[in-house]
Ligand binder design. Sequence first.
Ligand code: AMP
Ligand code: DBH
Length: 549
Amino acid sequence: MSVRSEGPDHIAWPPEVAAHYRAAGYWRGQTFGALLTTLADAYGTRPAVVGQSADHPVRWSYAELDERAHRLAAGFAGLGIRAGERVLVQLPNVPEFVSVIFALWRLGAWPVFTLPAHRHTELRYFAEKAEASAIVTVAEHERHDHAATARAVAAEVDSLREVLVVGSPEFTELSAAEPREFPDPDPEGVAFLQLSGGSTGLSKLIPRTHDDYLYSVRESARICALRPESVYLAALPVAHNFPLSSPGVLGTLHAGATAVLAPRPDPDMAFRLIESERVTISAVVPPLAAAWVQAAARTDRDLSSLDVLLVGGAKCARELAERIGPALGCRLQQVFGMAEGLVCYTRLDDPDELVLGTQGRPISPDDEIRVVDPDDPNATSDDEVPPGEVGALLTRGPYTIRGYYRAAEHNATAFTADGFYRTGDLVRRLPSGHLEVVGRAKEQINRGGEKVSAEEVENHLMAHPEVLDAAVVSVPDEYLGERTCAYVVPVDGARPSEAELRRFVRDRGIAAFKVPDLVVVVDKFPVTGVGKTSKRELRAALAARAGNG
Ligand code: AMP
Ligand code: DBH
């Protein structure tokens, strides 16, 4: 398979740069497995993870989580899973998510963090690309038979030897294996593969190391003022980088605090847990923030324990930002991050103007930020715009990758020659260092925090026998921020209906959020000077339609 050999697994930082990150104390030579041992020693009987496991409530102390991770690691090893092997983890917000990933870390195997929303096509792609040897999933979630999908994928991908279903008798047996020790993996080596939102085609795999990720987790916990008494509610799907690490479940554990895993993010579920667990901090994407704000006006639940709500993943409109504090009786903390690395936070002691009007400033003094010419996709780190002007954001630093996993061709354009990551975001930088995100240069639709790659959906549409060409663009949407609109040019004489095309895309086995919200069949696309489809004009046409409608 050609997808398997498109470049190296991991592009390390240059040696002198790595030496600086070590000397500055960012990289401390600790692995996630070793961290859990330290946490169990320090916080033993304190509650680490609270959640629902197959409909029964679970409350694991640090010592219990530690023991479970030890046993599971031995169980995985018994199945033949080895250090350096990749394991697809597709779990919703269940406690086992935490024990499974720490078990894999202890073993030195690499979790690949897929989302519960991913379906056959995506899982197969990740499994092939990573040459994964196992999938860990649940039997069913939100009425989808995950075990069946995983088995179907395993039947098609040679490397996949095991499908492990949390809650099955086989998994329970693995969890009871006799604990044993494994050699601690290299802290500067890859710990796991995180997913990008997939700006060009399918999601890219992002290799993160123990050292770099632990630095961002440790600092995130500090910036969000987590203490052992804190209670973090994971409402978003925990495999995503935001609820995993900013500060997320891992930052929570790092602080010796308690992570509560919500099976669903809706206000009913979230408010019930905030009340019963005395939640102090949580994290949401803007559309969910809006839903919580609305529901707060008519809830009987006691939300008084909530101190901080992080909002990120997509731009939080100023009007929404202003309503959060009054409606929920908490402080707002904005966060602008990416699975590739860079994470910015507004600080808890920032003036209101910055908290409401910016997406924060970077975690690290060594996060290098360049705001460059937005009209030149090849702009270098030298092509900076004047201070205060909008430009394309480039970044480099102690926890930002230097390259995607096995993606040499894409890396050539996604990174500058001197190692800056082209984030694709358009930002303005204030004198304080805070960034205001004003838009996006890359072709990605941000559907309320769920990132949809235009190219990926276009490819699915073009697989339809009656579709000649497809162009997917965003439409502004009051609730989600953006929705997807697919423009389609049919082959001669054909006129596929909107319903038929949407059904076709859905039946390709992809996440429901990627099915175009709107399909418009046209005779031809507007083009740019050199004859490329002009998405700018398509968006303008859509805006005009909306204006007339
Ligand atoms: P992903 O590739 O899924 O990790 O998504 C990262 C992207 O999400 C960033 O490059 C931004 O485009 C977007 N994003 C994340 N947080 C924010 C935010 N607070 N405001 C605006 N955009 C955001
Ligand atoms: O959207 C993201 O990817 C994101 C948002 C906030 C992220 O990765 C993060 C914080 O770490």
